[in-house]
Design a protein around this ligand. Structure first.
Ligand code: ADP
Ligand code: MG
Length: 335
């Protein structure tokens, strides 16, 4: 048996279309079928997922609604429940038992430098005039042509504006201990850490109680009060914490590109088939992996492999079986 955390990228939940519930259900069924090679090979699955398009819809709806908008932390929690519910419903028992979705909080450091320098684009696109009138910080982005999923092109596309929020480092999952116990009981896949988790900080400048050492054998990690913050955590970084919390031996990122490439998008691009954490960090230092897309996956893979001795893999859902055989994807293996 292998304990595997599968991080579902945006395209695993919504590929195209308007983003209706029917669109999402249809895409999730394709993802369910794509995960069959893992089930056949005896992997016990814990799942994480993105929430970009879903939280984008909620932000847009809140702007149109009367009264005070719901805060971003609450919107992230809503999308965890929404996507978790859809995944559980469409997966059924196909992945080895009935899935359970956990609304997950991640503690972040209130002094994280991300709070001084918000960089993560979220929500709808605005014109320059619209952006200037918004009560929040915005930035110019390149709008990907035909993108239904709220992602930005690194280059090309028309210039538009989006809200930017801090994306602090996740320090700890408040529910780590409970997630591990759910994952251990073999009752079916656990779905957690959706959208990177709801970012929280200890209330009133406290230390959040116990501090949540997930090795403490069962002390309630979430003793103490926490406040949500207006930020989002990258789901790739949180997925690494989930993998460590459940003691996974494999961390798998499913995304819309079949591997991490060197010189990506140039005539010289080539698949990085296998690398150690040190090798991949050298490529990262060489600016091969942008901070808004491949960067956090590579970082999570390198940290996971380096700290736990497990293997990390980046692959496309429709090439998963090949990737498990080493014929596709990027594998990050301990030294
Ligand atoms: P996800 O929702 O799976 O997190 P992202 O858009 O954040 O998706 O990351 C996947 C994207 O990373 C791909 O669509 C690809 O365009 C982009 N990317 C950037 N640099 C690279 C690279 N060096 N190799 C492969 N893909 C890359
Ligand atoms: Mg991403």
């Amino acid at each position: 048996m292998s304990d595997t955390v599968v991080a579902l990228g945006g395209n695993a939940i919504l590929e195209s279309g308007e983003g209706t519930v029917a669109d999402q259900r249809a895409r999730i069924r394709e993802t369910r079928d794509a995960l069959a090679p893992l089930v056949e090979r005896g992997h016990d699955l814990t799942l994480t997922h993105g929430n970009g398009p879903q939280v984008g819809h909620r932000l847009l709806a809140e702007e149109a609604a009367e009264g005070d908008p719901e805060p971003l932390d609450v919107l992230v929690a809503e999308t965890q429940a929404q996507v978790g519910y859809l995944l559980a419903g469409e997966f059924g028992d196909a992945l080895g038992g009935r899935p359970t979705a956990v609304v997950t909080r991640v503690r972040v450091d209130p002094d994280d430098s991300a709070f001084e320098n918000p960089q993560k684009p979220v929500g709808p696109y605005y014109s320059a005039e619209e952006a200037a009138a918004k009560p929040f910080e915005t930035t110019a982005v390149h709008r990907s042509s035909g993108s239904a999923d709220g992602r930005d092109d690194a280059a090309g596309g028309a210039t538009a504006h989006r809200r930017v929020v801090p994306s602090p480092e996740p320090e700890e999952l408040l529910e780590a201990d409970r997630i591990r116990r759910l994952a251990d009981d073999d009752g079916g896949p656990v779905i957690c850490g959706g959208g990177g988790g709801v970012p929280v900080v200890p209330a009133d400048g406290g230390d959040g109680g116990d501090g949540g050492d997930s090795d403490d054998g069962g002390t309630a990690p979430d003793a103490g009060a926490y406040d949500g913050v207006a930020a989002v955590v990258d789901k790739d970084r949180t997925s690494r914490l989930v993998a460590e919390a459940v003691g996974a031996d494999t961390l798998l990122f499913l995304t819309d590109v079949d591997a991490a490439y060197l010189d990506y998008g140039t005539p010289d691009q080539r698949r990085l088939a296998e690398a150690t954490p040190a090798e991949v960090r050298e490529h990262a230092a060489d600016d091969q992996f942008p901070a808004g897309s491949m960067g956090p996956k590579i970082d999570a893979c390198a940290t996971f492999a380096g700290e736990t001795g497990g293997e990390a893999l980046i692959a496309a859902p429709d090439r998963l079986a090949e990737a498990l055989d080493g014929d596709s994807g990027t594998r990050i293996v301990p030294e």
